[in-house]
Ligand binder design. Sequence first.
Ligand SMILES: [Zn+2]
Length: 191
Amino acid sequence: MTSPTGISIPLPAWASALLLAELNTPFSSPEMRMQLAIRIARFNIEQGTGGPFGAAIFDLQTNKLVAIGMNLVVASHCSMAHAEMMAISMAQQQQQHFDLGKSAQQYELATSCEPCAMCFGAMPWSGIRHLSCAARDADARAIGFDEGPKFPDWQKKLTERNIRITTDLCRNDAVDVLQQYAINHGTIYNG
Ligand SMILES: [Zn+2]
């Protein structure tokens, strides 16, 4: 086994195609933006490329898509490869800056499920200004996923860091993807 000298986590082919196809689509409502994140979660399980979680980042001035992410933990051999982390990382690469909040632009992260402890921790440093969540973390725990130790008032903690939060947006559609994954005996890849 060789020692890696860097890290690269490519998107699955279907996801690259989806990103390119949607780059010029105006996502003018919060629901439209969330439905894309949920569609990504659903494709990820239907295509067998990962877990039942999807995310997308939008520029709120143009309502255009900037980056997408999906859970790729198992395929990429990387516990960090959660949907939110993938989307944030790729938006930062696209912007060529580690802080999406550096400019006047406002970025929204739409995620099909509330962030786990790791992704919660990544939010303040990412520079996103709005977090939209569909399923609750209890919905992920209900099918066996470990969301990690989170503050009971995690939403308030993000608000205090100047990140607006919307929860339960299209929750039923995202829960449907989680339950489909459980019915199909998808891998529960907790550490
Ligand atoms: Zn996470």
